[in-house]
Design a protein around this ligand. Structure first.
Ligand SMILES: *[C@@H]1O[C@H](CO)[C@@H](O)[C@H](O)[C@H]1NC(C)=O
Ligand SMILES: *[C@@H]1O[C@H](CO)[C@@H](O)[C@H](O)[C@H]1NC(C)=O
Ligand SMILES: *[C@@H]1O[C@H](CO)[C@@H](O)[C@H](O)[C@H]1NC(C)=O
Ligand SMILES: *[C@@H]1O[C@H](CO)[C@@H](O)[C@H](O)[C@H]1NC(C)=O
Ligand SMILES: *[C@@H]1O[C@H](CO)[C@@H](O)[C@H](O)[C@H]1NC(C)=O
Ligand SMILES: *[C@@H]1O[C@H](CO)[C@@H](O)[C@H](O)[C@H]1NC(C)=O
Ligand SMILES: [Zn+2]
Length: 813
């Protein structure tokens, strides 16, 4: 059953889905969509005016004396026992560092790989229920791998012996056997659990290969190209790559495409800044530097093509659905991650073989953090008498994953705020990624529960999601969005994601520009745990930069597939004090040392940043749920779009002049060198006027719409006497109309056919970089076409984008 045309509203009616959310939690699936909501409401108003007058009368009379209705009300039948000010006090007053510490300890005390820990799903559900939030568990049958075994050994044969291939290893001597284990630390209890998770890659291929090997730097597209230019033979070899720069799966993909037979990914401490063993900084657990045995696990799915279950692209992986082949979505060659301790002997054995990294361009010279250990960073290949045996055994199964979904019904069912964090981790720990966010989610739920117990009822419905399977490829969230797409398209106002809630004190966020204004407002209301001047808020100590939406967490399906304005935020690692070596704690991402003990000692001692992200998250959600006029800002989106156009124009100018623009380097290193130009670059340049024109039209419409919204937000503050019920209804009607326009604005930027070669991605403004995997690209279709020097296709994208912007502008009028 193909889901092509899923975004076509006409097709929604034929879309069979389990009406789980619909029946259990919210309004039933609608057969007619947004346009009718207002109309239906209006009709309802006319025909039941009498009923409504009575209702309003009763509300005013019954509630006003108790002071219940001192919160002005845009909805005839919405009342709440508490004011927004009171709600805000509850949300900022409830989250406790000590609680967050306890929830963190719970989540990080046992393994919780995707699909492996049902009890954590139940625990989360029970917590929601305990706080008065009705919730349930949604399962998806997902194609996924679990580690069975692995081995990495360096074999040597004396030079004098005849080399007769590598099939019979008996004639060879083991020169080094990699431990593939992280040290068990006495201080760090989770590092020694008997059922701890082995080091492995998600979606890696099973295999047993023995071959010479080559050091490939970061394994970017251009790193491999440099090797080809230097006549290094790659076919049949094993790639040894540093982590960093681009998404790990893309390093393996390129190795595979070049006929290499395996890949080994290691962490180079050169990328850790100045908190390193080399600089004399004590290593974890004694100090803030990386433990030399720490290993970065992670997924090797080809994420920038499509996230989610690779066997069900675009539709939910429910039992019995058809499954697609995975060949183009996950690697076919084996790969494993290793620590720098395990990498040293393998790299040292290459000393003197082939050219050195120093013979290559500047991109090979950065952060060579193991020279002090005797590594010369020779490229190889290793000579014929020196080979690696790489064994990777994975069990592939189709098994349930469990999302936990909690709901607080609002008065409005067709305006819904979704907030989420993933629960699954690569390790028993995961105190930073993701369980700092999970601990915060529990505190957020507890805070809203507290408000509910005080009689609060949200205006808009709030959905709390604890996702499973994020680490393998954003699976739990992607499958859920794919399942409830028609409902989300109809009702979802915004998605608020917190993945890594904290690994340090530095606030950061990426968002759809619609949400910028709200974020600035909220961080200026939440006290910072680090106040050099008393009273400083998070906003005061933040650099104020909001990134664009790329990928790498659960907002991807909401933002890029469903066109729902999304935000991702959290506190990141300490950059350290300039000039003071070792002042920053290195976050040992996806390793056993992303543990409770590390968090308690180095990441967030006292758990104050956990409590702070919970406050920001709760207040952000509350404002979205409660403000009578939805607090989105279209003008900021229009301004951002103008900026994106000029950014791409800069890129085009760079292409015309041949001088790369700033910040383009990583992307250029990550992608193929384009072949000859196609189409007319000057004509394309001229067509940018169309984009600016569309953007300016959108901006005028946005300014007018925001001004009307601001006016209505003022009007609704005035308490309209009950006997002016007609004015009240009229105001309600006008607010609903403005809110609908805000709600559907982001959807206008979806393009049904999707991006070139990766049609799952529907958003014309935001997508993950095709060749980097994480970083956000703006106008991805146009950007890629310019990079490819396919100016004809770029022209096509100018038209697609222009159409979308005009559609957005028109929708606001
Ligand atoms: C929310 O409202 C729907 C529809 O009225 C109802 O079926 C559902 O049980 C309610 N859910 C909660 C959590 O109260
Ligand atoms: C699930 O998680 C809990 C809490 O972290 C842990 O105690 C338990 O051992 C885990 N269960 C499994 C089957 O790994
Ligand atoms: C891997 O293959 C080699 C040679 O083909 C063989 O000797 C070895 O036993 C295999 N290892 C495993 C774990 O299957
Ligand atoms: C490239 O390497 C091959 C052997 O791998 C060798 O035969 C050939 O001469 C080399 N070519 C150049 C240009 O160095
Ligand atoms: C606290 O904030 C100040 C600036 O306001 C900054 O210089 C300092 O590094 C911060 N310290 C921590 C631990 O975040
Ligand atoms: C929207 O943003 C613009 C520009 O930042 C600002 O001038 C305007 O007051 C904002 N309007 C609302 C309703 O937030
Ligand atoms: Zn995460």
């Amino acid at each position: 059953m193909s889901r092509t045309g899923l975004l076509d509203e006409k097709n929604m009616e034929s879309n069979e889905r389990t009406p789980l959310i619909a029946t259990v939690l919210v309004a039933p699936p609608r057969r007619r969509y947004q346009h009718n909501v207002v109309r239906r409401f209006c009709t309802l108003c006319l025909f039941s005016a009498l009923v409504i007058v009575t209702t309003i009368f009763l509300l005013q009379v019954a509630l006003a004396p108790d002071g219940y209705s001192h919160r002005p009300n845009p909805v005839p039948d919405h009342t709440s026992a508490i004011t927004f000010q009171e709600l805000q006090e509850i949300l900022l007053g409830t989250p406790e560092a000590a609680n967050a510490r306890e929830w963190s300890r719970y989540y990080t005390s046992g393994p919780h790989l995707a699909g492996k820990n049902y009890s954590q799903a139940e625990w989360t559900q029970n917590k929601f229920q305990e706080f008065g939030i009705k919730s349930h568990i949604v399962a998806y049958d997902t194609y996924i791998n679990y580690p069975l075994g692995h081995r990495l050994a360096l074999y040597e044969k004396a030079d004098s012996e005849v080399v007769d291939g590598t099939s019979d290893l008996d004639a060879w001597k083991v020169k080094f056997e990699a431990s593939l284990e992280e040290d068990v630390l006495e201080e760090d209890q989770t590092s020694g659990l008997v059922d701890r998770v082995p080091t492995f890659h998600g979606y890696s291929a099973t295999g047993n290969v023995t071959a010479p090997y080559v050091y490939v730097n970061y394994g970017t597209y251009q790193d491999y190209e440099d090797l080809i230019k230097a006549n290094i033979s790659l076919e049949g070899k094993i790639a040894v790559a540093k982590y960093g720069g681009i998404f790990r799966g893309l390093k393996v993909k390129r190795a595979q495409d070049l006929g290499m037979v395996g890949a080994i990914l290691f962490t180079d401490p050169g990328d850790d800044g100045d908190s390193t063993e080399e600089n004399g900084v004590a290593v974890y657990p004694d100090g803030p530097a990386r433990n030399p045995t720490s290993v970065q696990r992670g997924s090797t799915q080809f994420l920038s093509f499509a996230p989610g279950d690779p066997t069900t692209p675009g539709y939910p992986s429910k039992p019995g659905v058809p499954r697609q082949p995975v060949d183009n979505a996950i690697p076919s060659i084996p790969s494993i991650p290793i620590s720098y301790v395990d990498a040293i002997p393998i790299l040292t054995a290459l000393n003197g073989h082939g050219p050195s990294a120093k013979d290559f361009n500047e991109y090979w010279q950065n952060n060579l953090g193991l020279e002090y250990k005797g590594v010369n960073y020779n490229i190889g290949p290793s000579p014929d008498n020196l080979v690696l045996n790489l064994v990777n055994e994975q069990e592939y199964v189709t098994t349930p994953l469990w999302d936990v979904i909690g709901v607080i019904n609002g008065t409005l069912f067709d305006e819904v705020i979704v907030i989420g964090n993933h629960r699954d981790a690569w390790i028993a720990g995961g105190a930073g990624d993701p369980n700092s966010g999970s601990a915060a989610l529990i505190e957020v739920a507890r805070s809203f529960g507290e408000a509910v117990s005080r009689g609060w009822k949200p205006l808009r419905t709030i959905v709390f999601a604890s996702w499973d399977g994020e680490e393998y490829g954003l699976i739990g969230s992607t499958e859920w969005v794919e399942e409830y797409l028609p409902w989300l398209t109809h009702a979802n106002v915004a998605y608020v994601n917190v993945d890594v809630g904290t690994t340090g004190p530095v606030f950061s966020a990426s968002a759809s520009p619609l949400l910028n204004k709200l974020l600035y407002e909220v961080v200026s209301l939440v006290p910072s745990p680090n106040q050099t001047i008393p009273g400083q808020t998070v906003g005061d100590v933040w650099n104020g930069r909001i990134g664009t939406m790329g990928s790498g967490s659960d907002f991807t399906a909401f933002q890029d597939f469903a066109g729902i304005p999304s935000i991702d935020m959290g506190f990141g690692p300490d950059p350290g004090i300039p000039g003071k070596t070792g002042s920053a704690a290195v976050y040992q991402y996806h390793s056993n040392y992303d543990s409770f003990h590390w968090m308690d000692t180095f990441g967030d001692p006292g758990f104050h940043y956990h409590a702070t992200i919970a406050k920001i998250w709760a207040l952000f959600t509350a404002k979205l749920a409660e403000a009578p006029v939805i607090p989105l800002n279209a003008t900021d989106y229009a301004t951002a779009i103008e900026g994106y156009i000029s950014k791409l124009e800069g890129k085009l100018d760079a292409a015309i002049s041949g001088i790369p623009s700033d910040g383009e380097e990583l992307e250029i290193r990550a992608r193929p060198t384009p072949t000859g130009a196609k189409g007319d670059i000057n004509e394309l340049k001229v067509s940018f006027h169309q984009l600016y024109k569309a953007a300016s039209e959108f901006k005028s419409a946005a300014i007018a719409h925001d001004a009307l919204a601001a006016q209505l937000a003022e009007e609704v503050k005035d308490d309209i006497p009950w006997w002016k019920w007609l004015s009240k209804l009229r105001l309600y009607y006008r607010i609903r109309k403005v809110n609908d326009k805000y709600k559907f604005l982001e959807r206008k930027f979806l393009y049904k056919k999707g991006l070139d070669g990766r049609s799952w991605f529907k958003h014309v403004i935001f997508a993950p970089g095709l060749w980097t995997g994480y970083a956000g690209a703006v106008f991805p279709g146009l950007d890629e076409a310019i990079s490819d020097k396919d100016y004809g296709n770029a022209q096509r994208w100018v038209e697609i984008i222009e159409t979308a912007i005009y559609k957005a502008a028109k929708s606001l009028k």
